[in-house]
Design a protein around this ligand. Structure first.
Ligand code: FAD
Ligand code: SF4
Ligand code: SF4
Length: 495
């Protein structure tokens, strides 16, 4: 497929919009409007740069795409959204050119639309339920709700129209938020709005959680997350960075000595899982977390200004088939690799990564090795990685998740040469908060246990996001945060 520039998309969209504007559109007309494609950077050029890959809709594209919405009375798309964004209402405003009204409508339930519009797995959520996709018998042709949401949020930011939410009169109550990921930031906003004093404690030197240290710049520019934190600061939320709760001070100390009336734990799932195979301690083996954190948070790619050491691998093998594996693989090229391969033990159909991310990785030159799994990492005489030994697999019967299970083919061992291996097999929860808070209950996997209001077993402590759900999504972390904040506000109002 030839690569189109943003200018070409703009010209085409202007012409189409002019032909649609003064027409009364029937549902049939709306279904016939072509889905607007997302302009992107040229694949081989962008694969060496950290700049954002998806360039965003033009105003004309956003309006045309919103006109594809049928304004369904029962709005099935809203059932697919974990925070029930009023989708038909905001799309109607976009279609009429009222972008500020549209973004205000989205923000009634979703405080971080510029982020969710970029990283939500929309095809499984809102768009997965869209009548247009179903009517066209192609879920990928659903109304591109996420792209339009991103457009209105970007439009608001780029035009200096972001309003700082109003804060109620001071209540004199203090709330501690542990962790500055999407769960913590959402609770901070909602609790601050109710007039409570809010401090966010963050272990790293930068705020934003995985949105800053995990999801790469080329998918989610860090300036967008920083803008959200800036809005919270304007509302009066305080941030204490380089503060590891459980070491700098414990949660019981914050509550009983530092005078906090309530706390929210949103510490995420930051403990990488490994394969536990021979050779995993060789030089050149990384968890995807470490690899991405070096590049994102510590700016290792900026060799002129950053002091973070960069491991200069030329031939990288990434193990895993999820979004984290796609991010690590694409980052590999941006950090100077000449070849990046992804090893996954099932096939493309079973990959949990978003289709769009897989397509972007492939366009950028990432090679996929399906039906293989490492059994050993092989080192050279200096203890550095020189290959992975893998077994070939075939697909057997479906397992509990409904995906066909991979079955090893005996005697199929072979070597894949490489000088770095990045393990992207998911993350577990860090046990520090539970270990240092006697009475805070967790399940066998280390996820903090909560009730239907996100309250934990420890008095005046709520929890949400990945530390409760296991590695999940930004929007689910936000949804949990909103629930917890409502319960905290109710508790403090009675206290
Ligand atoms: P986090 O974002 O993990 O934030 C937790 C914060 O708590 C961190 O900043 C951490 O430093 C801090 N912390 C931890 N312990 C302490 C302590 N003891 N004291 C103080 N601070 C502490 N989701 C999507 O929806 N779309 C995507 O495209 C997507 N891509 C991803 C790509 C990668 C590489 C990764 C790793 C995850 C991705 N996710 C994606 C998942 C998503 O980022 C998480 O589900 C979400 O960030 C969870 O939010 P959270 O607030 O629970 O925790
Ligand atoms: Fe869709 Fe996510 Fe927006 Fe909800 S928040 S409407 S799931 S893109
Ligand atoms: Fe519009 Fe699709 Fe939602 Fe119907 S399901 S209201 S067409 S976005």
């Amino acid at each position: 497929m030839t690569h189109k520039t943003k200018e070409q998309y703009t010209a085409e969209a202007k012409e189409l919009l002019a032909s649609l504007k003064n027409k009364t559109l029937t549902p049939k007309d709306r279904m016939a409007i072509p889905q607007q494609e997302m302009p992107t950077g040229e694949p081989l050029e962008r694969a060496r740069k950290m700049d954002e890959v998806a360039l965003g809709y033009t105003a004309e594209q956003a309006q045309i795409e919103a006109m594809r919405c049928l304004q369904c009375k029962n709005a099935p798309c809203m059932n697919g959204c974990p925070v029930s964004v009023p989708i038909p209402e905001f799309l109607a405003k976009v279609a009429s050119g009222d972008f500020k009204g549209a973004v205000d409508t989205v923000k009634t339930t979703n405080l971080l639309p510029a982020i969710c519009g970029r990283v939500c797995p929309q095809e499984k959520q809102c768009q997965g339920q869209c009548t247009v996709g179903k009517g066209l018998k192609d879920p990928e042709k659903a109304v591109a709700i996420g792209r339009i949401e991103r457009f209105v949020a970007d439009w608001e930011r780029e035009n200096g129209k972001i309003d700082t939410p109003a804060v109620a009169a001071a209540t004199g109550k203090k709330v501690a938020i542990i962790g500055s990921g999407p769960a913590g930031l959402t609770v901070a906003a909602d609790v601050r709005r109710a007039g409570h004093e809010v401090t966010v404690f963050e272990a790293f030197h930068k705020t934003g959680g995985v949105m800053v240290y995990g999801i790469p710049e080329f998918r989610l520019p860090k300036s967008i997350v920083a803008q959200e934190v800036e809005t919270l600061k304007k509302m009066g939320v305080k941030f204490e960075t380089n503060f590891l709760v459980g070491r700098t001070q414990t949660l019981p100390q914050l509550l009983q000595e530092a005078g906090y009336d309530a706390a929210f734990v949103g510490t995420g799932a930051g403990l990488p899982k490994f394969m536990n195979i021979e050779g995993e301690n060789l030089i050149g083996v990384f968890s995807a977390n470490e690899y991405l954190t070096r590049a994102n948070l510590m700016k290792a790619y900026d060799t002129e200004r950053a002091s973070t050491p960069l491991f200069e691998a030329k031939n990288i093998v990434v193990v895993g088939g999820g979004n984290v594996a796609m991010d690590a693989a694409r980052m590999g090229y941006r950090l100077g690799a000449e070849k990046v391969s992804v090893i996954y033990r099932r096939t493309r159909n079973e990959m949990p990564a978003r289709r769009e991310e897989v397509a972007h990785a492939e366009e950028e030159g990432v090679e996929f090795r399906f039906l293989e799994n490492p059994v050993k990492i092989i080192g050279d005489e200096n203890g550095c990685v020189k290959a992975v030994q893998v077994l070939s697999y075939e697909l057997g019967e479906p397992d509990a998740s409904g995906r066909r299970s991979p079955v090893a083919i005996a005697g199929s061992e072979h070597e894949v040469p490489c000088d770095a291996v990045i393990v992207a097999l998911g993350n577990g929860s860090n046990p520090l908060m539970v270990q240092t808070t006697p009475g805070l209950d967790a399940d066998a996997k280390g996820h903090i246990k909560v009730d239907e209001n996100a309250a934990t077993s420890y008095p005046a402590v709520w929890a949400g996001g990945d530390i409760v759900l296991g590695a999940a999504t930004v929007i689910l972390a936000m949804g949990e945060g909103r629930k917890a904040a409502a319960s905290i506000n109710e508790y403090l109002a009675k206290k």
